[in-house]
Design a protein around this ligand. Sequence first.
Ligand SMILES: Cc1ncc(COP(=O)(O)O)c(C=O)c1O
Length: 382
Amino acid sequence: MPYPNISVYDIQNIDQIKSPGMLVFRDLVEHNLNEMIRLAGSPQRLRPHCKTHKIREIIEMEMGLGITRHKCATIAEAEMLADAGVEDILLAYQLVGPNLKRMADLIDKHPSKKFACLVDCPAAVNQLSAAMRAENATRQVGVLLDLDSGMNRTGISIGQDAIELYEMILSTEGLELGGLHWYDGHHRQPDLDQRIGNVTAGWNQLIRFRDQLLLNGLKVPRIVTAGTGSFSILAETGEPDLELSPGTTVFHDDDMATRFPELNLFPSLGILTRVVSCNRDDHLTLDVGHKSCAADQPFGRRLAFPQLGSFENNDFQEVIHSEEHLVIKTPHADKFKLGDTLVAIPRHACPVSAVHQFANVISGGQWVGQWDVAARDRVLTV
Ligand SMILES: Cc1ncc(COP(=O)(O)O)c(C=O)c1O
């Protein structure tokens, strides 16, 4: 069920909204958060990733639902989380260069909060420890061992070197052993049985490794794992120390909605666009260029227009995408005139928040205000 009744994307006071403008359908965000909690089993089993939205008010909604642990990818996001009142923050990244000192500064700024990050090699352990001890300080940062789940992006492979690195974290000053990190975001197969098989095979490997650490007398306080395609599958394992970290689910874009129709989640992020030229038959030119949406997706399928119909039925087709224009070919073009609006649903939600200063909040079919995309900037104060 990729889309709800499309009337949820109707906005009565649409004239108030500048285009191109990021839209957050708050009622759908609320639905998605409740569904994430239901699938995870409880709010304590979630550690949602905030990179998708970067918005403080959404963190407040999550905290209001009992979600206390949060994940992020940048120092600015970590600072936004701390400013929003989150007590337990995992920066799921291996820190290098000036970001090591920025983490130390963040800990100094929020000494009562729990911060953690990832490592996948001995040099990272040493550099992080040095940053925690700099200027004769006695800071502590949580450290999770980042394991390569087969995604081949970051992480150490399961094996003896990984055990030794885990032991090294335990014995290194300034670091507190935080457990294991296993992001298996490459399991995106639309075939549910195939995905369950792949996710479970990875999970069994991880659990064998975890059990080996326990046999060696090491503690594994938590396993942080999963994205949109795997979190509901891993929730079924019943593992008690599991923290599931989907992120896209909050906005649930067109890609995830069509790939994972078994999830009862709906796209809650849109981009308001207007017709800026309509002189050619069967064509509309819209003000949603690639500077206002996610352009990491291949040209041809960057945006969906549920109010026009579906991509599969040829209700719209992307023809030209430049910085401030999108030309679409659509058999419905004659129903539109200059200045008319459409809600575009991004194929990939997460990069959209990085290119908008604020989100227009829609609730009950009305524009009700705006939220700053607080962690859009790379640097807040540290
Ligand atoms: C380390 C990490 N954890 C969690 C997530 C969230 O995954 P998803 O976007 O599939 O929900 C991501 C997404 O990129 C990630 O990189």
